[in-house]
Design a protein. Structure first.
Length: 292
């Protein structure tokens, strides 16, 4: 009997088997979870084997599913590798990535010369955003800041950040004699996604009668740092991203105590391309440059 199983059904099976989630497989293949489930059911009917144990909130491979994946995955990878080889032969490849604008300007773009020199045949498309809600899964990769590990299928942890109270040199000279009471003398600047950050800092440092003159919320980390630099007030500046701002003397730490949080940067791979050597190379470069 002729084999009639569509290649897309086998690929959907391989992605779902790898991440053990129809939802995550659908996101990586730009399909709906129901479409993934339908393709796999057709595959199960054709080979007369149950490949997954379906539970309310999870799926597991059956013994037949594990064996089938072991046999099929290398074939699908080789097929995609061959297609990629013929498609991209002699041409440039492109990788798209979404990342926060402050991360991009302060630590990512300054290191791009090294990447470009080593990989002149791989183009990068950068899409910068102010916050994670603007991130798009239409790109191959995303870098996000989050307090918990994202639920996406392929996630790499990069590095944590802390927040340092800082201000312009002129404001530092004016406020330093007041000690910790300086926080009641000038506006306090904070990212709008962390409106209680100053109160957390004050509580951790046993500051009594914390009564800020005014709290200014802004919508990006770049705006937080820029407002501090321009003397608008005292800001909670993210480290290590802003280390150059301190090294260059454009802002001064008003206090040495930093606010420690669970915030970390994560790298998310949105699509499953086992055969994309260029994407694997770029991911490994990112991890070597930015992970602890």
């Amino acid at each position: 009997m002729a084999v009639q199983t569509p290649i897309r059904g086998l690929r959907s099976f391989c992605v779902a088997a790898k991440c053990l989630s129809f939802k995550h497989a659908a996101a990586q293949l730009y399909l709906t979870p129901s479409a993934i489930s339908h393709q796999i059911r057709l595959l199960e009917q054709q080979i007369d084997k149950q490949l997954f144990l379906r539970q309310t909130r999870a799926i597991e491979l059956t013994e037949d599913g594990k064996l089938f994946y072991k046999k099929v995955a290398p074939i699908i990878e080789q097929l995609e590798s061959t297609i990629t080889e013929f498609t991209n032969s002699g041409s440039l490849s492109t990788i798209s990535i979404t990342l926060p604008e402050f991360f991009s300007s302060e630590v990512f773009v300054p290191r791009l010369n090294e990447w470009s020199d080593k990989h002149p045949n791989i183009n990068l498309q950068l899409e910068t955003v102010k916050n994670r809600t603007q991130s798009s899964k239409e790109t191959n990769l995303s870098i996000v800041l989050a307090s918990t590990k994202p639920a996406d299928a392929i996630v790499y942890e990069l590095f944590p950040i802390s927040y340092m109270p800082a201000c312009s040199p002129d404001l530092f000279t004016k406020l330093k004699p007041f000690g910790k009471d300086a926080l009641n003398q000038a506006p306090l600047i904070v990212h709008q996604s962390r409106p209680w950050a100053w109160h957390q800092w004050a509580e951790e440092n046993d500051i009594e009668n914390f009564s800020p003159k005014r709290i200014v919320q802004v919508d990006s980390m770049f705006s937080v740092a820029r407002a501090a630099q321009q003397g608008i007030g005292v800001a909670l500046i993210p480290l290590p991203l802003s280390q150059n701002w301190f090294d260059e003397g454009v802002i001064y730490p008003l206090f040495e105590q930093q606010l420690k949080t669970r915030d970390k940067y994560y790298l998310i791979q949105h699509d499953w391309h086992a055969s994309r050597e260029d994407l694997d190379i770029f991911v490994q470069w990112l991890l070597s440059e930015f992970s602890l």
